[in-house]
Design a protein around this ligand. Structure first.
Ligand code: SF4
Length: 344
């Protein structure tokens, strides 16, 4: 592969529809920074909790509704195989249901309340943004970049051909200024501190996007693929998934991020470093050594780490039971039910 070749991987959504993770995206690179053990469980063992918390299910369903909404406005829409309501059933099914039961009845285990809530959010969203001056260009399309192109100053002949990937929720062209923007939908339950029915007043210096690692990587990769100067910025599209207690309405706001220039320039080196950590961890694991835990990362702003049950299991037999391996309890032993499934 030659340097500076744009790499658009993204035929996936045309075949499968929206959803799914990026091949080596910002979440994976963040995971290897946070806790090598959680990185291994998620990105090497592909283990995920079998039962999704409801708020995540709603968030996923809203992303799916938004993808289908913008797809209707594409100049050439993607040909996704499932109609929206069938795709939503896959997003909103509680865990623990055998595949053959799902094949027999696509409604089995579906939380229709969540689907209805996602539809209700999107009805208000579409109403509020009915004259939105956005022409969608790509929806959940995956783009990639060689580490050697991202970080030419650090070329080492070892990691240069490794790829990093991004999968933006939406890329649009503004009808106002003709510029291209990456749009990321962020669903939240937060209400504001001034008015309980509003999202928090936007102040980038006080919120979680102050040092936006994900947007900075997205901008690097998309500018490489679409051309330097072609992508003007990154928009946070906030969607409140709960109705305000007083207005009974959902709430929306969108903001163009200020990207800190000095840190933007340092992201390529930081990405190379993390890709190197992954290679080092893979070598360690191949030699039979397991990554150590990082107890300081077990509880974050969004709650406990997904893998707390595995990390705190009292024995390997408990671990086996948690990931669904056949294990008979010893006399007097109580083993937990399966809580994790392997999902690539
Ligand atoms: S529970 Fe803590 S140690 Fe275990 S994977 Fe999660 S962050 Fe790492």
């Amino acid at each position: 592969m030659s340097a500076d070749t744009p790499i658009q991987i993204g035929q996936g959504p045309k075949k499968k529809g929206p959803g799914g993770k990026s091949s080596r995206g910002s979440h994976q690179l963040a995971a290897v920074s946070n806790c090598a053990r959680s990185w291994r469980l998620r990105y090497r063992k592909h283990l995920v909790p079998e039962f999704e918390p409801k708020h995540r299910m709603i968030g996923t369903a809203i992303h799916t509704c938004a993808a289908y909404h913008y797809n209707k406005r594409m100049a050439t829409p993607y040909e996704w195989p499932l109609p929206l309501d069938e795709a939503l059933k896959n997003d909103c099914r509680r865990g623990g249901i055998p595949e053959h039961e799902i094949q027999a009845d696509s409604n089995v285990g579906v939380d229709f309340e969540v689907i209805e809530q996602a539809h209700a959010v999107m009805r208000e969203y579409i109403d509020i943004y009915s004259d939105e001056p956005w022409d969608p260009l790509y929806i959940e399309e995956e783009f990639a970049m060689r580490v050697g192109d991202l970080d030419p100053d650090g070329r080492d002949g070892v990691l240069d051909d490794e790829l990093v990937t991004v999968r933006p929720d939406l890329v649009i062209r503004s009808r106002i200024n003709g510029q291209v923007y990456i749009v990321d939908h962020k669903t939240t339950s937060k209400s504001g501190w001034r008015d309980k029915n509003r999202l928090p007043v936007w102040n980038q210096r006080e919120n979680e996007y102050r040092v936006p690692w994900q947007p900075m990587l997205y901008l690097h990769v998309m500018r490489h693929n679409l051309g330097q100067g072609a992508v003007a910025g990154f928009v946070i599209n906030r969607i409140r998934r709960e109705r305000g207690p007083q207005t009974g309405k959902f709430d929306f706001s969108r903001h163009l991020l200020d990207i800190p220039e000095s840190m933007y320039r340092e992201v390529p080196g930081a990405v190379r470093e993390r890709v190197g950590w992954e290679a080092e961890l893979d070598r360690m694991i191949a030699e039979g050594k397991m990554p150590r835990p990082n107890p300081s990362a077990c509880h974050g702003v969004f709650g406990p780490c997904d893998y707390v049950d595995l990390c705190t299991a009292p024995s390997q037999r408990h671990v086996a039971a948690l990931i669904g391996l056949p294990v008979e309890p010893l006399p007097g032993e109580s083993l937990p039910p399966r809580r994790y499934v392997s999902r690539k």
